[in-house]
Each structure stands twice: as structure tokens, then as C-alpha cells.
Ligand binder design. Structure first.
Ligand code: T1G
Length: 654
């Protein structure tokens, strides 16, 4: 099929038909070219509309084809047929047009869309740039600045914004195709407007502004190539003829195609869609969840409440301490007010989300909630007691989830008479921002309970990954090895600022010691004390962080930790005191310090994490290597363009 056509009198409607998203595969491209060849010869056709079957116009090129060589006709070839057609082609967008999908629409003479349509050029998210004229046509249509923003951010805009920018010509509130046919017929016998390719270069071209934008983009890219490449293509649109600009774009596109970052980012794209495909959950029907009880109004609990209320759930926020509850509600309202200020949320949306959150101080009020998410103190005895209470308060089919970051949820489940409905939903702070959610599968959790947690995670806009029960589940367990190896490297000869620099150059936003200073050395110290009784006495233990704690150096909060800080300045300054402490620690263990290369730093840290990732796979804690990649990317800042920890280590799902 790939393309369906309908001749309504003198008007030909061409439907791109490649479910589920009308990806522009080679077969689709060939079919479109074939149709346009007939348009050239069939003179009964006096108007042409190009649209998409279903809820998408097109999600762009078929991502599965990348890396498989040139499959002709190329998309630019297809756009040539559309743009050179003897009749002006009208694009009718029944929904989203992304990447090559928008490029197809831009090669049409006019663009009509439904109000719900979105348009964007997300190629940079795949390590690519628009490769079919998007970087040349869009800046001509909407200007250099707006065009550059489109291609470097990869963010789509809605129909209203697209209309304002001039990307679409009309938002149709009635029947899209009827309106498009009427529009197309109105052009018969008239001189339609010139194609975008005949428009002059962007009128707002400004070399200085462009250079400033390039500098900003480079700083933000943290080693990712595609946003910078996309800007270079936009510069070609501003300084070269359309034909030469198209050639420049194609060369830049091919360079990105060959860059390993493209494979990494596309791996991460498909990994995200594979994570929710869990064989033993396929037949499970998630329970309906409308109301969620959240226990604990601290940072995590209020963050989870913000996420749930933003998704439209009714939220009962419980805390045993009134002042904590008040603080939690204040934090929640402040977050929604901030969302209004930053334009993340409309005023009505933020106000209705605020109204979804009801503070309660009596657990009995949780009797009718569909799901409880517990986010109280990380103490097993307290959690077990609370779950026992919940078990007697909540309705029999309510699911009870713990947000614990490492405690054994099987033990928590054992405190209830409903272990089939007890599981983990491990959010990452700040829970209303971080995308990752580890759904922790206890021994007795039912498929329906797990499917319900995944469904809630999807509605929250989270990337949910299934984890088994172990200390630290997937992410924190790997993070522990990362931190341990970093501290071994300190004793062996490196300094915190060396290690952090290497990890930032690899693509992390921050190195492990900067992260520690942000998270608080006191929290980590308390966690280590809890492990003292069970720690293997023969395991290598580095006590430098303990010494920092003893000195009251808890990190940014005390303006001193692994680094020194100045008031009002979050810059991490290497600390001579810490360097001395590190050197003394090596001496105390008779370790002869040596120069450690950047390569050794990176390889030892990566190998420590990979070894733990392999163990997590072998133990079945994670179902797939790509799940581990998602956890490290979306929970711990592993650079997405490297595809994630396991992909970087050459370990992929069979
Ligand atoms: N190619 C191939 N498969 C795709 C696809 C694509 N472009 N987009 C989605 N899919 C699959 C996806 O893997 C999943 O498969 C199913 O469709 C539903 O997707 C030349 C070079 C459109 C917003 O980057 O952002 O054009 O798991 O679960 O949540 O210049 O899909 O069912 O087997 O995500 O409703 C640029 C990528 C390509 C858009 C829909 N385009 N897609 O979200 O469904 S490069 C993109 C998305 C390009 C040109 C350049 C989203 C969506 P399965 P889904 P959704």
C-alpha cells in the first residue's frame, strides 16, 4: 500500500499510508514518486492534496533505515517531484509532521492543518540534522533565528505557534480534507505562490548573532555533534544559493550519519520504546487509577505529588507532621507557580493541578485511593509498620508502592496480606522533572500490579524500566561501583578535579565528586554507616569522604566538600586541603601515588560499571541491556549520544 489515492472530481488526494506513524520508508518514497509521475500526465487532475492516513501526517524518515546505505529514491528526490509538480501541491496535516514529514510539507506550496497538529525537526535528537531541505527551507520561511532554534532544539511546536510563524497557512476547525480540496480548487487558473526554494535567504541573517548562537550551542551540546552541525547547515541557508545550500546540508547530513553518535542516539530512541515491551506483562490489564495517596511530604513525596497532579490524578498527600505537610504543600504550589512563570504550564492548567492535591493528616483518608506511593524515611522497620497500617486501611485492590531507593521491598510486602499488590516505584529527585522510574518487581507482585505501575508511569510521562529486587536496584547499584572506583583512583594517584574533568569530557554534566558535593556528603556518610555492619571487611574501603565529613565538609551546603565554594558562587574550586587529605590517604595505606592518565581514569570507571551491569543482567535484575542504558541515561546523566553504558561497552540485546 504505502500510498493511497482518491480522485474527487478534478482533485487528487494522496494519503501517505504506513502505520503507525507514516514513516517515509523507501517503499513510501517510491510510491509517492510514482503517484507524482502520473499527476504529470493525467491532465484531468487540476488540484493535488498530500495528507497522511490516520493521526499523523508523517513522523519523518524511517529511522530503521539509517546505516543501511542509500536507499533510492532519497527523500530530497521525492521533495523535488513535489515541488516541481505542474500543480501547486497542498499539504493537509491531520496530525503531527516531524523531521522528513515536515520537510515534505515544506516542499508543498501551501500547508493546512488541524488544531492538534504539531510540527518539528527533531533530527538532532537522533544525532542527525534535517537531510531533505529542512535547514534550507525553514529559515527562508521563518527567519534565521527561529529556524536555528527549530533545528537545534529539535522541539516541535503546536499548530497555533506554527501558524503565527508562517509554517502553516491555515488551521482548519472543520473537515480538513474538504477545506483542503476547496483551497486547492480555489487555486485553479490562478498563479500560486512560488515554492519556498525560490524565496531569498533569511532576511534576519546576522553573522554576529549567528556566531553568538553557535557559541551558546557548543557550550550546551556537551560533546554532541548534531546541534552544531544543524547550525552549520542553517548558516549555508543564509549565505549560499538554495541549490548550494542543499548540497552543503546533504554533506553535513552524511557526516552526521556516519558519526557513532547517530547509532548511540537511535539506540536510545528504540530502547525507550522497547522498555515497555515486557513479555509476561503483555496480557495483563492495568487497573484503573484515578486517585493516588502519597505518604511523606518531603522533597521526594512532594515531587511525586507534583508529577501526579500535573498528569491529572487526584492526590492525597499525607504526612504525620503538620509542619512537614505545610512545607510540602508550599513546595508544590511554588513549583506550579514557577511552571506558570516559565511558560511550562498555562495558568488554568497549573491551578487545576494545584487543586488536585489535598493534604491529609489522617491515614484513614487513604481508604479509597487506587494506588499509594510511600516516600517516607528509609528505615525498614518504619516502612514495614506503615505498610501494615496501609494494608488494613486501603481498599482490597489498592496497589501499595514504595519509593525506596534500595531497601528490600520483598520484606516490606511481607508485612501485608496483599504481597501481590506491593511493588517499588523508584522515582529520581526531583521527581517532577527526572524522566526515569524504576518499577521494582517483588517476588509476589502480580502482572496486573506491575502493568498498572507502568501505565501510571506512562501517564506521568516517565520512562519506566523494570528492575528486580537487589541493593540499589539497577541505577544506584551501578552508581555505587562508579563512586567506589573513582575513590580507588584517588588513592592510586588521581585528584578529584582530574576525575571530574575526565567524566565531563566524556559527556557527563558533572563528575562524581561534583555530584557528591551537590547531593551532600552527610547523606552518603549516613548511608555508609548503615552498611558498616554488613560490609565485607576484606573489601577495599576508602575513608577520604569520612574524613571530609568529620571536618564538616558536606559539600555545597557547607561551601566546602570535595571542592571549596564561595558565597553565592556554585563554582567548584579545587581544594588544597582536600588534595593533602587524598595524598595522606595514599600514604596511610602505603600506596605509592603515580600519574594516572585520563584514559586509565575513564577505562577503570567504565569497566567497573560495565562489570556491575553484566552482573545485573546475569542475575535477571534487568531484563535487557537496553534497559540498563535507559537507567544510566535518564537517571544518572550518562551521555545519551553514547547510547548508554551497555551500548558503549558493546553489550546489546540479542
Ligand atoms: N521511523 C521508524 N519508526 C518510528 C518512527 C520513525 N521516524 N517514529 C516512531 N516510530 C515507531 C516507534 O519505534 C514505535 O514502534 C511506533 O512507531 C510508535 O512510536 C530525512 C533524517 C512520532 C512523536 O525523530 O518522536 O526524518 O515500538 O511509541 O508515543 O530529514 O514516535 O510500536 O514497534 O514513539 O505516539 C525524524 C521520531 C526522523 C520522530 C509518536 N523523526 N518519533 O510518539 O509513538 S529522521 C523523528 C517520535 C528524519 C529527515 C530526517 C514519536 C512520535 P513500536 P511511539 P508515540
Amino acid at each position: 500500500m504505502y500510498v493511497k489515492t482518491e480522485l474527487d472530481g478534478n482533485c487528487l488526494v494522496i494519503y501517505i499510508t504506513n502505520p503507525p506513524v507514516n514513516a517515509l520508508s523507501q517503499a513510501v518514497r517510491q510510491a509517492v514518486v510514482d503517484v507524482f509521475k502520473t499527476v504529470e500526465t493525467n491532465l484531468d487532475i487540476e488540484a493535488v492534496i498530500l495528507t497522511g492516513q490516520g493521526r499523523f501526517f508523517s513522523a519523518g524518515a524511517d529511522i530503521k533505515e539509517f546505516g543501511k546505505g542509500d536507499l533510492l529514491p532519497s527523500l530530497p528526490d521525492v521533495l523535488d517531484y513535489i515541488e516541481r509538480c505542474r500543480l501547486p501541491v497542498i499539504a493537509a496535516l491531520p496530525g503531527t509532521a516531524l523531521g522528513g514529514g515536515l520537510e515534505v510539507a515544506l516542499s508543498c506550496r501551501y500547508r493546512l492543518s488541524v488544531a492538534a497538529a504539531k510540527v518539528g525537526l527533531p533530527e538532532v535528537n537522533l544525532g542527525l540534522i534535517p537531510g531533505a531541505g529542512g535547514t534550507q527551507r525553514l529559515p527562508r520561511l521563518i527567519g534565521m533565528k527561529k529556524g536555528a532554534e527549530f533545528v537545534t532544539s529539535g522541539k516541535p511546536v503546536g499548530a497555533k505557534e506554527a501558524l503565527k510563524l508562517g509554517i502553516i497557512d491555515e488551521i482548519v476547525e472543520t473537515d480538513l480534507l474538504e477545506a483542503a480540496k476547496a483551497f486547492a480548487r480555489s487555486l485553479i487558473g490562478t498563479t500560486a505562490r512560488s515554492p519556498i526554494s525560490k524565496m531569498g535567504p533569511p532576511e534576519d541573517w546576522d553573522k554576529a548573532a549567528f556566531d553568538a548562537l553557535m557559541a551558546k550551542t557548543k557550550a550546551k551540546a556537551r560533546g554532541q555533534v548534531s546541534p552544531i552541525a544543524a547550525l552549520e547547515a542553517v548558516e549555508a541557508a543564509c549565505t549560499l544559493s538554495f541549490e548550494d545550500g542543499l548540497k552543503a546540508e546533504r554533506e553535513i547530513f552524511k557526516t552526521c550519519l556516519e558519526n557513532p553518535q547517530r547509532a548511540g542516539l537511535i539506540h536510545a530512541f528504540f530502547a525507550q520504546r522497547q522498555a515497555k515491551k515486557i513479555p509476561f506483562l503483555e496480557a495483563a490489564v492495568p487497573q484503573d487509577v484515578k486517585s493516588i495517596g502519597i505518604l511523606g511530604a518531603g522533597t521526594m513525596g512532594s515531587g511525586i505529588a507534583i508529577a501526579c497532579a500535573s498528569a491529572g490524578y487526584d492526590v492525597l498527600l499525607f504526612d504525620a507532621h503538620t509542619d512537614a505537610l505545610d512545607k510540602g504543600i508550599t513546595r508544590i504550589h511554588a513549583a506550579f507557580d514557577h511552571n506558570i512563570k516559565t511558560g511550562r504550564m498555562s495558568q488554568p492548567a497549573a491551578h487545576s493541578a494545584k487543586a488536585c492535591v489535598t493534604p491529609i493528616s489522617d491515614m484513614q483518608d487513604l481508604a479509597d485511593v487506587d494506588l499509594v506511593i510511600e516516600a517516607i524515611v528509609e528505615k525498614m522497620d518504619v516502612k514495614r509498620a506503615v505498610f501494615e497500617q496501609l494494608d488494613s486501611i486501603c481498599k482490597s485492590d489498592a496497589i501499595l508502592a514504595s519509593n525506596t531507593s534500595y531497601l528490600n521491598i520483598n520484606e516490606i510486602a511481607a508485612a501485608t496480606r496483599r504481597p501481590d499488590r506491593v511493588l517499588g516505584m523508584h522515582f529520581f529527585s526531583p521527581a517532577n522533572i527526572m524522566k526515569l522510574l524504576e518499577v521494582v518487581r517483588t517476588e509476589k507482585a502480580s502482572a496486573q500490579s506491575l502493568a498498572t505501575a507502568f501505565a501510571v508511569g506512562a501517564k506521568l510521562g516517565k520512562i519506566a524500566v523494570l528492575s528486580g529486587v537487589c541493593d540499589g536496584f539497577i541505577g544506584n547499584r551501578i552508581l555505587k561501583t562508579y563512586r567506589a572506583e573513582a575513590e580507588f583512583l584517588l588513592e592510586d594517584g588521581a585528584l578529584p578535579q582530574d576525575i571530574d574533568r575526565v567524566m565531563r569530557e566524556f559527556g557527563f554534566a558533572m563528575g562524581p565528586f561534583q555530584v557528591s558535593d551537590l547531593a551532600g556528603l552527610d547523606i552518603a556518610w549516613h548511608n555508609r554507616r548503615k552498611e558498616d555492619s554488613t560490609r565485607d571487611p576484606n573489601a577495599r574501603y576508602v575513608d577520604i569522604a569520612d574524613k571530609l565529613y568529620d571536618l564538616g565538609r558536606f559539600g555545597q551546603k557547607t561551601q566546602a566538600g570535595w571542592y571549596d565554594y564561595k558565597t553565592g558562587d556554585r563554582t567548584a574550586y579545587p581544594s588544597p586541603l582536600v588534595d593533602d587529605l587524598v595524598i595522606a590517604a595514599s600514604q596511610a595505606k602505603n600506596i605509592t601515588r603515580r600519574d594516572i592518565s585520563d584514559t586509565e581514569i575513564l577505562n577503570r570507571i567504565m569497566e567497573a560499571m560495565l562489570s556491575e551491569g553484566r552482573a545485573i543482567l546475569d542475575e535477571g535484575i534487568a531484563l535487557k541491556a537496553s534497559d540498563i542504558d535507559l537507567v544510566m541515561i535518564h537517571g544518572y546523566g550518562f551521555p545519551k549520544y553514547r547510547g548508554g553504558l551497555m551500548f558503549y561497552g558493546g553489550i546489546t540485546d540479542k
